[in-house]
Every structure is written in structure tokens, then in C-alpha cells.
Design a protein around this ligand. Structure first.
Ligand code: 6PG
Length: 287
């Protein structure tokens, strides 16, 4: 378990970061509601930096899995600027929850977004950044990334366990977003990939409604869950219905929830939302 975050309000850099509402759901997931994307991103960056520092101090290295899409950009920029000095970059290993099957130079590449906003601006070691090789054919990229992520486990590249056998955290922090349809990483509602128990990464085709290129590679649910802290970043009214379906207990059993609602970290699972994505019903459900 990671400790309770102590970084939410500390210091002038976090001045705008106090949540409007914070609490737990009956199942233990934590929800923090902020006034704006800027406040949510600052709080998230402080939290991520604190957990990475704690991990490196405890185990000699910190493992971070990044999300794609647009929402995390501001958090990545805060990590690259205000919190750059708080993260042990030289000992931080970076991977990705998913990727679009495009070259790393493409405007649609999650790697490119993370490189522009964060990785190109901090002293992370190039060989510790593990991207999905989106320039390959999807199945080849997935097989390659499956091997890559197995190599991050303490058993090293020889780790041939099925994904569901992961019993200890692989990542210290897994940052995730959620689409308005409830998808997370590239696990879409109704996708066969949601039931994948063996492979650590798979190729999927996103539905036409999803933004960006349809061919994707994604980590599977057990691997996304194998994290000390799973941190969701969700903003905008368009995501309110999906937030409720993912978070409110009475909406569905775990397997019926949208994919984002099925990810529970091995330590904490924290959702950072803005007011528009949360709505009153979610705030009322917090204890
Ligand atoms: C991607 C993702 C995806 C994303 C959500 C939310 O590559 O698109 O990793 O799961 O997090 O679609 O995206 P936005 O933050 O752009 O709304």
C-alpha cells in the first residue's frame, strides 16, 4: 500500500490544488473533485511526484505508466515544470497504457504527446522510456510491447506468467483517462480485449466513435490494475454519464461497468474529476 498522499495542499506550487470535494466510495475508490483542469492537474502532478519519489526511495526505482489523449497534457506539463525537481527522473521507468498504431512522430502518437509535454523536458533516461512501437503492424507492436512490459517485472524478460497471475504491483503509478463511452487506455466497451487474462498487451480496433486512429495497442486489465496507484483524470460534462456508470455502486456490478470502472489498483485507486464530469450525484455518494 502507498501512504495517504501528503502533497495535496503543500507549498505555493499547489496553491490552486485543494479539491472542492473529496471522499471515498463504498468500495474504497477515492474521488476528488476540482474546480478546473488546471487545479486537478496540479494536484495530480504533486501526487504523482510524491508517489514516484517514495517508490524510488523504497525500492531504488519508480515505474510510471502514462495515459494518452488530451486530458493528461496539463498534468505532464506540471510534472515537467513546477514538479520537475520532485521526481527522481534518473531512476524512473516510463511506459504507456496504450498507443495508437502510428509512427512516434505522428501528431496522433501518445508517445509524441508525452515527449512534447514531459519526457523531452526532464532528465529521464532514454533507455528507461518504453514506448509501444506504433509504427509496426498492430499484432507485431502488441507482441513487442507485451515482451517489453514483461521485462519491467522483477522477474525480468523471462516473466512468462499470464497477466491474471500478477499478484504484486508492476507499476508505482498508472495514469489513465476515460472516454465518454467509458473506455480507458484502449479497452473499449464490449471489446474481447476486456476478457484477456493471459497476454499483457493486445492489439485492438477502436470503434469509429473513438477519436484518433482506430488501430491501437493496449495493456490488458490485469496489467493496468497491477499498480500501487491508479490515477484517473476525467474532465467535462460529456463524461459525466460514463463517470457515474464507472463509479456509482448501484449503477452496475464490476463486470457490467464501463471499462474504466473495472480498473482497481493494488493500492489506491483515485479519480480526479472536474465539477462537470463529477456532477452532484457523485459528490453525494462520497463518504
Ligand atoms: C488514447 C487513450 C484514451 C484516452 C481517453 C480520454 O490514446 O486515446 O489513452 O484512453 O485516455 O480517450 O481521452 P481525452 O483525454 O482526450 O478525453
Amino acid at each position: 500500500m502507498i501512504g495517504r498522499p501528503t502533497v495535496d495542499g503543500g507549498g505555493d506550487r499547489a496553491g490552486a490544488a485543494a479539491p472542492l470535494h473529496a471522499g471515498r466510495l463504498a468500495d474504497g475508490r477515492e474521488v476528488r473533485v476540482y474546480d478546473s483542469l488546471a487545479a486537478l492537474s496540479e494536484a495530480g502532478a504533486a501526487l504523482v511526484a510524491g508517489v514516484l519519489a517514495e517508490a524510488a526511495a523504497a525500492r531504488g526505482r519508480a515505474l510510471l505508466s502514462l495515459a494518452g489523449g488530451t486530458t493528461p497534457r496539463t498534468l505532464y506539463e506540471r510534472l515537467a515544470t513546477a514538479h520537475q525537481g520532485d521526481v527522481p527522473w534518473e531512476r524512473t521507468v516510463v511506459a504507456f497504457g496504450d498507443e495508437r498504431c502510428v509512427p512516434p512522430t505522428s501528431d496522433s502518437s501518445n508517445f509524441r504527446m508525452a515527449a512534447d509535454t514531459l519526457l523531452g523536458r526532464v532528465p529521464v533516461q532514454r533507455e528507461l522510456v518504453h514506448r509501444v512501437r506504433g509504427e509496426l503492424l498492430p499484432e507485431d507492436a502488441a507482441a513487442d510491447y507485451d515482451r517489453t512490459v514483461r521485462g519491467l517485472s522483477s522477474a525480468g524478460a523471462m516473466d512468462d506468467r499470464p497477466a491474471h497471475a500478477l499478484r504484486a504491483p508492476l507499476f508505482d503509478v498508472t495514469i489513465l483517462g476515460m472516454g465518454a463511452d467509458g473506455h480507458t487506455a484502449s479497452l473499449f466497451p464490449g471489446s474481447a480485449a476486456l476478457g484477456e487474462r493471459d497476454r499483457w498487451a493486445v492489439a485492438v480496433t477502436a470503434p469509429e466513435s473513438a477519436p484518433g486512429p482506430p488501430e491501437r495497442v493496449t495493456l490488458t486489465l490485469p496489467v493496468l490494475a497491477a499498480s500501487r496507484l491508479v490515477l484517473f483524470l476525467v474532465t467535462g460534462e460529456a463524461k459525466r454519464t460514463a463517470s457515474h456508470a464507472a463509479l456509482l455502486e448501484h449503477m452496475a456490478s464490476t463486470a457490467e461497468r464501463p471499462p474504466a470502472g473495472q480498473v482497481r489498483g493494488m493500492g489506491q485507486t483515485i479519480w480526479l474529476l472536474d465539477r462537470a464530469a463529477a456532477g452532484e450525484e457523485l459528490v453525494r455518494a462520497l463518504v
